[in-house]
Design a protein around this ligand. Sequence first.
Ligand code: SAM
Length: 328
Amino acid sequence: MDECEQLCLAARGGDADKLRALIDSGADVSVFDAEGFTPLMHAAKHGHADVVKALLEAGAPWNALSPSNLSAGDFSLEAGHQEVFQILLNAGIQAELVLGTIARKESRNDVCNGEYLEDRVTFSEDKVMDAESKAVMMAWEKPLMEAHAKAICMGGGHILNVGFGMGLVDTAIQQYSPTSHTIVEAHPEVYKRMIETGWADKNNVKIIFGRWQDVLPQLESYDGIFFDTYGEYYEDLREFHQHLPKLLKPGGIYSFFNGLCGGNAFFHVVYCNIVSLELENLGYSTQFIPLPVKDCLEEEVWKGVQHKYWQLDTYYLPVSQSAQDSES
Ligand SMILES: C[S@@+](CC[C@H](N)C(=O)[O-])C[C@H]1O[C@@H](n2cnc3c(N)ncnc32)[C@H](O)[C@@H]1O
């Protein structure tokens, strides 16, 4: 039996002593077996917490994927092994927080979505597509956008939305007749369409054309804020959050499109935890409201779309408010 088979056997059987002996003799814990599974996946699937800990301590990657795109965390989630799930979740959160800090120190996150903003977009009834046939926005998200609008318009007042797309959330926001409704949009063609479809003529609407990063000085403070851009990364969302203390009025509500790692259930949980922790550090508490989306997502929906950016059955709609407000 080769080393990989021995590791996987020990991991499956929960034989922590054997596993440690193999690790001490220099076995590579990041190997994949013939079926494409790592020792960590085997241990997670069978719920062996000691083995999972030993493998992680020896450097086994928490985020390796099986041929069907499942990670060790997904296997523990599917099998209902709560302790193992929690160990892997903590490992994932820690690893991503450390990586993010390193990348920020080295300024490796300074990529901007300039290319998308210079390229053409095409509009149809059910989607807006970029030049690479990736969906900028799709109509299946309409119920989600309505729920986001409801959450941020709860207290009325002054509302800010970043990213117009198909105008779904803005249409829903208008139903609540906010005192003012500011929309930031950076793509020239989306902006042009907003003008053509009369958004600039609505008396409570103010459109600010430009990237949110560039138009921050034109923004005021708001009772409700929604953030949903395209072609940006977690770091951009994180960066936007650093401005919330200025942008969100006391008692205000903030929400964002929660597409974080929408292709993998476990990575999604890791990132929901990370974003929640980072918002907590800024003084906001976040609740995630589960919304079933399976029924809006038949295979047909993705016809002609290059990248399926959402593959999970439940959408977790984030609602953040100042921790002080949520206590009272
Ligand atoms: C996913 S769509 C928004 C969909 C919108 N929530 C809706 O309900 O239809 C993202 C939008 O953000 C815009 N966008 C991308 N980067 C931006 C940035 N840095 N600042 C402002 N808008 C941006 C895109 O052009 C696009 O119109």
